[in-house]
Design a protein around this ligand. Structure first.
Ligand SMILES: Nc1nc2c(c(=O)[nH]1)N[C@H]1C(S)=C(S)[C@@H](COP(=O)(O)OP(=O)(O)OC[C@H]3O[C@@H](n4cnc5c(=O)[nH]c(N)nc54)[C@H](O)[C@@H]3O)O[C@H]1N2
Ligand SMILES: Nc1nc2c(c(=O)[nH]1)N[C@H]1C(S)=C(S)[C@@H](COP(=O)(O)OP(=O)(O)OC[C@H]3O[C@@H](n4cnc5c(=O)[nH]c(N)nc54)[C@H](O)[C@@H]3O)O[C@H]1N2
Ligand SMILES: [Mo]
Length: 768
């Protein structure tokens, strides 16, 4: 099953010749060159300089890339290489207007690479799919809203509609979207987090009573050690490197567990420090770096806990925080008994590390008073992600490392507002938006049964229950598992609507009634009735910031996401004097007042605090050792296995596939074809593999191979044309890029409690 998408025709294009790639530290000259390349390519206007100067500062634009915090005391430059790329990508001078769509049929565009589709530029007009000519054609906004409203109303059951959100849109549009769905009678509100940190939202809530991390930026000034499991800071949250550098300089130890030796966690040159850039040495980040086997973290954590128990036995009362464990936790004894049931032999085999290595890391853990536990997709995107998190929390709880300054559990979130969208009601559960408030404020009887998350929505499309897909941003078809299966099914949908800034592959599988609605981006001025509007977002540390667009929008036709959602809702729902869509669109302060009223604990005085430097903190009960779990205590989790994988590599043909992000992409947005920080250049169609494994399997460097999924469920899944590339990886695994390898991941292969796809642990075979 070859797809044109898998054709590596991009190898060594002109642009790649200029792409800096080297084996140097993260940051440094390479990052500056990376930014200037995009700047030149995007023909960005001078306003780009103004936007970048105000990026992540009060009353400026909050970066649309990752969810890292914006500091209280902003420096002259508060953005990173990848934030600049994301900003310039949006401030693109190219236009994907009516002429572009007149020139290409939708079927033709399916042969385009993701990079080229977005390179067509910013969308300028509302577009309707015309099946006769197989083209998107411009329509008026009035026609668009009228037909979308009528088509959604024509569904036999509102519960057959799904409203997806990628974590971009501000809190204002997101709140209205969540309200619109529930007023319509469904809460099918999947979000990008369903493919990402849903493992966190579900399982952290189960164990510490909060679906989000407990740390804030302040903790990084007070910690003695930071542990990293499966998070790639240099690429995915580069501004974090400055915080790490500062911590390391004052003596904080960093310990990393990752199958790949990721540059940013090894060394960093601060591109904003002229001395370090010219004559200085890079800062070494990790004291210890362990190349754990993919899915081997439960074993590592079991080993670490065993070491803590040994240390306590040698020095009773000095290592474990017994008072904390007694007063604040539940399930300790069962967990310890289960941990002690595993042998070092089992732990070494499963983790791929030696007992001495784990002991060394444990010594750092034990001698540190305050420890922060960082993690990312390396823990969440596994079948037993729940146990990865449970074991991590166990380790921290044993020494009281949650709920005090300088310590805590800290997932690093992805999209700039992914966490905030959940806070204001985007989620498939009733608990995401209080039913009593919906009744009180709008007279709405909210649905009581849970709706669909992303995997459920796909299953609904497969079995015909889902008839309409609306997307507030994102590129769902490309981001999901089982892409080829899903692409065949989307055209059968009655309605597809995409609210977007640039064309992408998800737009190319139109349903019977299908629209692309072009919206303002984060950098664009959002004027309503002549007044510039702010929107807002929440970072990974639960701080909330206002953002004010600065650039002239790329087309007069564009509407804000807030306005589009409001007008769709108005066109769909029966008149209700409490649903004041027009008033809310005219003044976003009114929406923020509603958010305050709906979620008073999180958003009191929202409008007054909107532009507080460093954002305002909405609080986190677990940080104050208030555990909102069933038992009222923090829960220990007893391990039932040492492996996070659903299916083990067999030492022969079956290997574990890890899908990665390069330094030149933001999710499905591909900026370029090199991965500077990993020293890879020119193509993304690679399969990375350890050189001993290459020899064992008789593979040559550069040889073209096929990867085939080894989950046997009746579906054949393969990706061809991958270039074998020797790389420093543990045995038994291979790695390659997301989204190119998504056709290999089965929809049903996901984390047990949250259905987060197991993108970091899919069993595959190499076929020659
Ligand atoms: N520039 C840029 N920034 C981004 C994004 C982007 O695409 N580009 N995406 C954004 C989004 S939505 C998200 S969610 C975040 C994602 O950011 P991360 O959480 O960093 O996610 P990944 O890059 O997918 O993978 C993280 C790391 O996990 C490691 N890993 C894989 N399997 C395992 C394992 O079994 N155990 C351990 N310990 N490690 C493992 C990989 O080697 C990799 O270094 O970044 C956000 N920021
Ligand atoms: N194999 C594999 N698959 C994965 C992952 C993995 O690690 N491995 N990671 C998963 C993760 S963590 C995530 S979060 C998902 C990401 O899934 P999504 O969030 O659905 O995808 P993105 O690539 O972030 O979406 C990019 C599109 O968003 C639109 N866009 C950009 N800015 C704006 C805006 O301001 N407003 C609107 N309305 N639209 C905008 C553009 O049209 C752009 O093409 O992918 C998941 N898929
Ligand atoms: Mo994500």
């Amino acid at each position: 099953m070859t797809s044109p998408l898998n054709d590596p025709r991009h190898s060594a294009t002109e642009q790649d010749k200029d792409t800096p790639y080297d084996h140097g530290p993260a940051g440094g000259w390479g990052s500056l060159k990376g930014v200037s390349r995009i700047f030149a390519e995007e023909k960005s206007s001078p306003v780009a300089v103004k936007v970048l100067a105000g990026l992540n500062k009060p009353k400026g634009v909050m970066c649309s890339s990752c969810a890292w915090a914006k500091p209280k005391d902003a420096g002259p430059v508060e953005f990173c290489e990848n934030g600049a790329k994301a900003t310039l990508w949006e401030l693109d001078s190219h236009r994907a207007g009516p002429k572009f769509f007149a020139g290409h049929t939708v079927s033709d565009l399916r042969d385009w690479h993701d990079h080229d589709l977005e390179k067509a530029g910013r969308l300028t007009h509302p577009l309707r799919y015309d099946a006769g000519s197989d083209r998107y054609v411009p329509v008026s906004w009035d026609t668009a809203f009228e037909e979308i409203g009528a088509s959604l109303n024509a569904l036999d059951d509102p519960k057959s509609a799904v409203f997806y959100a990628s974590g971009h849109a501000g809190l204002e549009a997101s709140y209205l979207y969540a309200l619109y769905a529930r007023a319509m009678g469904h809460q099918n509100l999947p979000q990008s987090s369903n493919m990402c940190h849903e493992t966190t939202s579900v399982n952290l809530k189960n164990v510490i009573g909060t679906p989000v991390g407990t740390c804030t930026l302040e903790d990084f000034d007070h910690c003695d050690a930071i542990f990293f499991f499966g998070q790639n800071t240099g690429t995915n949250s580069p501004r974090f490197l400055h915080v790490l550098k500062k911590a390391v300089k004052r003596g904080c130890k960093v310990v990393t567990f990752n199958p790949l030796r990721e540059r940013g966690l090894i060394e960093f040159t601060d591109p904003q420090n002229p001395v370090q850039m010219t004559v200085g040495k890079p800062t070494q980040i990790s004291d210890k770096y362990y190349q754990v086997r993919p899915g081997g973290d439960i074993a590592v954590l079991t080993g670490l806990i065993k070491c803590v128990l040994d240390a306590e036995a040698a020095d009773p009362g000095k290592v474990i925080d017994h008072d904390f464990v007694r007063e604040h936790t539940h399930g300790y004894d069962d967990t310890i008994a289960a941990v002690q049931g595993y042998t070092w032999e089992q732990i070494e085999k499963q983790s791929g590390l030696t007992r001495a290595m784990i002991q060394e890391a444990a010594d750092i853990y034990i001698s540190a008073k305050n420890v922060i536990g960082i993690y990312g997709m390396g823990l969440t995107q596994h079948v037993n992600g729940w146990l990865n998190l449970g074991m991590y929390v166990n380790l921290l709880l044993m020494r009281g490392n949650i709920g005090r300054l300088g310590a805590g559990i800290s997932p690093v979130r992805g999209h700039s507002n992914v966490q905030g969208q959940r806070t204001v009601g985007i989620g498939e559960k009733s608990a995401h938006m209080p039913a009593d408030k919906l009744k009180e404020l709008f007279g709405i009887d909210a649905p009581t049964e849970n709706g669909m998350n992303a995997v459920h929505a796909c299953e609904g499309i497969i079995d015909g229950k889902v008839k309409a897909m609306v997307s507030l941003g994102g590129n769902l078809l490309r981001a999901l598992p089982d892409r080829e299966r899903m692409e065949a099914l989307w055209p059968k949908l009655d309605v597809t609507v995409h609210i977007a800034t640039k064309p992408n592959r998800s737009h190319l599988f139109p349903g019977k009634v299908s629209y692309i609605l072009p919206c303002l981006g984060r950098t664009d001025k959002d004027m309503q009735n002549g007044v510039p509007q702010a929107i807002s977002m929440e970072d990974t540390f639960s701080h909330i910031y206002g953002s004010i667009g600065q650039a002239e929008p790329p087309s007069e036709q564009l509407l804000s996401e807030t306005a589009i959602v409001a007008r769709m809702a108005k066109a769909t729902l029966p008149a209700n004097p409490h649903l004041r869509w027009d008033d809310w669109t005219a003044n976003y302060d009114l929406i923020r007042d509603l958010i305050s009223q709906t979620f008073p604990d999180d958003f009191a005085d929202f409008n007054d605090r909107l532009h507080e430097p460093g954002g305002f903190y909405r609080g986190n009960p677990a940080r104050d050792r208030h555990w909102k779990t069933d038992s009222g205590k923090a829960e220990f989790t007893a391990p039932t296995t040492l492996s996070a994988l659903g299916q083990e590599p067999d030492g022969d043909k079956v290997m574990t596939l890890v899908t990665l992000r390069s330094n030149d992409q933001f999710n499905t947005t591909i900026y370029g074809f090199s991965d500077r920080l990993r020293g890879l250049k020119g193509t993304r169609m690679v399969v990375l593999i350890n050189r001993d494994e290459m020899e064992r399997l008789g593979l040559e460097e550069g040889q073209s191979v096929t990867l085939r999924c080894a989950v046997e469920d009746g579906n054949y899944r393969a990706v061809t044309g991958l270039k074998v590339t020797g790389y420093d990886l543990p045995a038994g695994c291979v790695a390659g890029y997301y989204p190119e390898l998504n056709p290999l991941v089965p929809l049903g292969y996901h984390e047990k409690n949250s259905q987060t796809p197991a993108y970091k642990g899919t069993p595959v075979e190499i076929v020659i």
